[in-house]
Write a protein that binds this ligand. Sequence first.
Ligand code: DX5
Ligand code: ZN
Length: 245
Amino acid sequence: MTREIIIAPSILAADFARLGEEVAAIDAAGADWIHCDVMDGHFVPNISFGADIIRAIRPATKKVFDVHLMIAPADPYLEAFAKAGADVITVHAEAGPHLDRSLQAIRALGKKAGVSLCPATPEHVIEYVLDRLDLVLVMTVNPGFGGQSFLDSQLEKIRRIRAMIGDRPIRLEVDGGITRDNAAAVAAAGADTLVAGSAVFRGRSSADYAGNIAAIRVAAEAARVAKRQDNSTQLLRAGESARIR
Ligand code: DX5
Ligand code: ZN
């Protein structure tokens, strides 16, 4: 199933002193979702913000709040993030022993459920929870900080998870070091939802943000079209050789 590309700017790279205005600016600049990176200084070596900040910026946009919880444990806080205005809540597979239970809890709160995998975590950990998922988030850097370099090793994982998802209505999101230069590669591998922090919040004006978002989107969409054409060429070739035989 081919779903439209979603661009989700991470507000970790925004000016925290003007966070509400920054959210409104990326909304106006064409962001599809607003990606909120919650860090606890325990699961990851950095602290960002929690549910109260999310509640404070919720009125700045009507767009989907995509809340990425880099916290352990996550279960005791799910309700607070749901009440604060999260639409998608993503927990890390590595953050607790009962992923199935966490995902059930998110859906019981009426929210979309996501799971995130750190770069070293293999894709098979989600095999038995696929039907509880609305989103899989492949970390393309080690979580904790914005502005790191994309890890090429994750392209194979993206391809494998795309195959595992099959026809299920699950989004495949990538997060970390995404730029206009590697957006094509992740989209060709199967990602349909691209998080970008520093690559979006460059320039500090809404017009700059719009250009940055559009450049990532154009690269990702072009790669998908190229891939479809490539597939149809392969299919045609396969058909031809079948006829010849
Ligand atoms: C990393 C966060 C990412 C990060 C993305 O721990 O989950 O969302 O902020 O920032 P860039 O795009 O700058 O790598
Ligand atoms: Zn994130």
